[in-house]
Design a protein around this ligand. Structure first.
Ligand code: FAD
Ligand code: DHB
Length: 391
């Protein structure tokens, strides 16, 4: 097989890239090692920045998002029993966020890909890449038909944090920066109508909790836990009791209880690999960087990367000009580090660290008080959360 851009991974980065390239008339092959069902059903992100929403509309995959996405003009921060709202629209000149599950985004993008008839392989085994520092980049994999080889001009490593593309770069050519947090999130999906129209991030003596949603009938909630928390020790009853204790506000607001549909634990890390390019291999999304989820940035950063990569490749194929490709890594990393700073800050402000003490807790409460009462501080949070325009 021969293509222009070989894409490893059919998560948000790979699927957005495939569609953006298609619209530029550029051919691609997408190779994914999981099943289609697994890729769709993985419960992950839920918050889309304004720029991600705008892009989905521009590229013609926003029809269901327009109908089913829940547009939010702000969020609540809850501490000391009080819920205080940060009004993004007012503070950022009208920017907002939209709650629309990552699995819905993935479904829409797979449907768009299938309608183009360009190749998308699921369940590819033994995926490997080679030749990206020579003139012959190749992706190899095995499927039901046997071994396959895709010869390409460029490879896009969109295969997430645990993928094979980043490790294929010689270690001496990469610099990695990392922070692992001493806590994780226990997340549930619940069959319960959301009792607030907007998200509630809470810092409680017992730790962090987050109230979010997926639809008018389904609530999504998270609790700070230890990174290796044993899910078996958490009955649904215990999860609800702890969520209600951490989220209940003095004005009587609390989440509605309901049947638990799904639960899981995720660890939290900040990670950046630099540069995001090696020869004709370009890393994008979680393959190059991870943020802790408190700032809701991971999916949005992946989209910002591939938006930039698609424009750089389009320029190259139109005019032979490699300037945007040469600037890809530096330009992406500027946004990545801003999002790293914001995600680290939100995480530190809202979680109780096992090595912190009462002084730290009181300092965090004072910071939340400041962030919800100073217009300057609220504006800083709002513009980072709602997200900067892509350029
Ligand atoms: P991935 O989604 O990881 O996709 C990579 C793809 O590559 C996968 O399909 C994988 O199966 C495939 N792959 C891996 N290895 C191979 C291989 N060897 N060969 C072929 N294919 C391979 N982000 C937000 O913006 N907002 C949020 O609210 C938010 N909440 C989150 C909540 C949770 C609980 C979690 C876990 C994450 C959250 N994120 C959030 C982060 C977000 O989900 C990720 O940043 C996003 O999925 C990154 O997309 P990606 O395409 O770069 O990587
Ligand atoms: C959700 C996830 C996040 O990481 C976040 O910061 C807000 C909401 C969610 O899954 O709905």
């Amino acid at each position: 097989m021969r293509t222009q851009v070989g894409i490893v991974g059919a998560g948000p980065a790979g699927l957005f890239l495939g569609h953006l390239l298609h619209l530029e008339g550029i051919d691609s092959v997408i190779v994914e090692n999981c099943t289609r069902e697994h890729v769709i059903e993985r419960v992950r992100a839920g918050v889309l920045e304004q720029s991600t929403v705008d892009l989905m509309h521009q590229i013609g995959v926003g029809e269901r998002l327009r109908r089913e996405g829940l547009r939010h003009g702000g969020i609540y921060l809850c501490f000391g029993g009080q819920r205080r709202r940060i009004d993004f629209e007012d503070l950022t000149g009208g920017r907002s966020i939209t709650v629309y599950g990552q699995n819905e985004v993935i479904k829409d993008l797979i449907a768009a890909r299938c309608s183009t008839c360009r190749p998308l392989y699921f369940e590819a085994d033994d995926v490997s890449i080679s030749g990206f520092d020579s003139a012959e980049p190749r992706i190899r994999f095995r499927d039901a038909g046997g071994m396959r080889e895709v010869a390409c001009d460029f490879i896009a490593g969109c295969d997430g944090f645990h993928g094979i593309c980043r490790p294929a770069i010689p270690p001496a050519c990469l610099r990695m920066y990392e922070r692992i947090y001493p806590f994780g999130w226990l997340g549930i999906l619940a069959q319960a109508a959301p009792s607030s129209e907007e998200l509630v991030y809470s810092l409680h003596e017992n730790g962090f909790a987050l109230f979010s949603m997926r639809s008018p009938a389904v609530t999504r909630l998270y609790l700070q836990c230890s990174p290796d928390e044993d899910l078996a020790a958490w009955t649904d009853e215990r999860i609800w009791d702890e969520l209600l204790e951490r989220l209940e506000a003095a004005d009587g607001w609390r989440p509605n209880r309901g049947a638990v549909l799904q639960k899981g634990v995720t660890g939290m890390r900040s990670f950046v690999a630099e540069p995001m390019r090696h020869g004709s291999l370009f890393l994008a999304g979680d393959a190059a960087h991870i943020v802790p989820p408190t700032g809701a940035k991971g999916l949005n950063l992946a989209v910002a990367d591939v938006h930039r990569l698609s424009r750089a490749l389009a320029r190259h194929y139109r005019s032979g000009d490699t300037d945007l490709l040469d600037r890809y890594s530096d330009a992406c990393l500027r946004r990545v580090w801003r999002a790293q700073r914001f995600s680290w800050w939100m995480t530190s402000m809202l979680h109780r660290s096992p090595d912190g003490n009462e002084f730290d807790f009181r300092r965090q409460l004072a910071e939340l008080d400041y962030v919800t009462s100073s217009r300057a501080a609220m504006t800083s949070l709002a513009e980072n959360y709602a997200g900067l325009p892509f350029d």
